[in-house]
Write a protein that binds this ligand. Sequence first.
Ligand code: GDP
Ligand code: MG
Length: 445
Amino acid sequence: LGSALAGALRKLGEHTVVDEEVMDACLKEVTKALLQADVNVQYVVQMKKNIVKQVNIQELAAGLNARKLLEKAVFNELVNMLEGGGAEVKEKFVPKKGKPNVVMFVGLQGCGKTTTCTKYAYHFQKKGYKPALVCADTFRAGAFDQLKQNATKARIPFYGSYTETDPAKIAADGVERFKDEKNDLIIVDTSGRHKQEDSLFEEMRQVAAAVQPDMTIFVMDSSIGQAAQDQARAFKATVDVGSVIITKLDGHAKGGGAISAVAATKSPIAFIGTGEHIDEFEAFDTKPFVSRLLGLGDWTGLIDKINDVIPMDQQPELMDKLVAGQFTMRILYEQFANIQKMGPMSSVMSMIPGMDGMLPKGQEKASQAKIKRMMCLMDSMTDEELDTTSLKILQDPKRMERIGRGAGRGPGDVVELVEEYKRMSKMMGKMKGMKMPKKGGYGHS
Ligand code: GDP
Ligand code: MG
């Protein structure tokens, strides 16, 4: 979804004059992209209508930046869809302290329920709750062992049985036990099946009846794509889903299914899972999510950070150079220098599309050293080398050798720098012609 939408918007940017025809063609692309991501037709049609209402063609003709306006309209509409368009979507659930909140997790096998139960428990444990886990999955071999292992690692009390085969009975017993023990967040993990089938839904109904949950959370694997709408709807029809958690957003999934899940369950997305580890779990934040969905990176946060360190009057120049595709070593140098000023490296870098790969978690130190090393090499470059975009010059063996020697570095380091430049340059090329939102653009409207 991300790249298709970004592509549609990019197309608009290629037109100097925007008339109704261009606008229509562009909306068609946007619509197609949304449909391909299995967003319900009804919502796509609605969204298109809303966009048309927002974007005034006269305004466009008057020379305002068409692309920016349409981008903003699409952005707003996606945010709106994820927030359920307002009134009909339930409030986000916050467990009440001191009360025995019972939360039941449902979802197909493999979607990440058991992992997510522990993450959820751990998240609230850190906030001062006393969570406990109940394993009501008697379907999957080893389900109880898995939960036990996760719970033990996170020091969270758990309950389950190797002999009892009735999930509703185990669930009821577990909940009762933890109510007695004054746990205030009792999490019930349930089974899934490979497919949606009647027996699974019957089981969900029975467990729900046995534990009377205060909240039922539907867990959805972000990579299921087309199936999102159906799956979410089927669970909603069976149990009183009030919250959604989307897992595996660290993978290649585009996340478009999230819109379907919200629409089908009329429930907000509470959290997202971004890895297998217990703390790879984040409270859901709509705007950055939509930015990523649109392939824009987290510009809102980035622009705020940039505003903190680069004087306002120097920003347009840098942005213009970037979007004009004149990405040179000198710009890379300036970028690195700015990034060093911006503080916590990983948080800054992770917001810049293309840079996020440079700073794997837990390797900030190594990456910082790498940036220093590269800046040191650039210090021994000539003005010609710093200001060129020609690879012929940058990859000239004689020059490379001289640069390395001048910086007291080996040829491998120069190769590394040139490769990094090429990678960034390619990335910037993709942004060519793109209008960077100014402060107050995305996320502040
Ligand atoms: P369940 O059958 O619904 O209980 O799913 P599990 O919790 O057993 O998870 C299935 C697999 O997905 C396991 O290998 C998990 O480690 C993995 N998993 C769960 N959540 C995430 C996530 O957010 N990201 C990634 N990469 N893997 C996840
Ligand atoms: Mg499980």
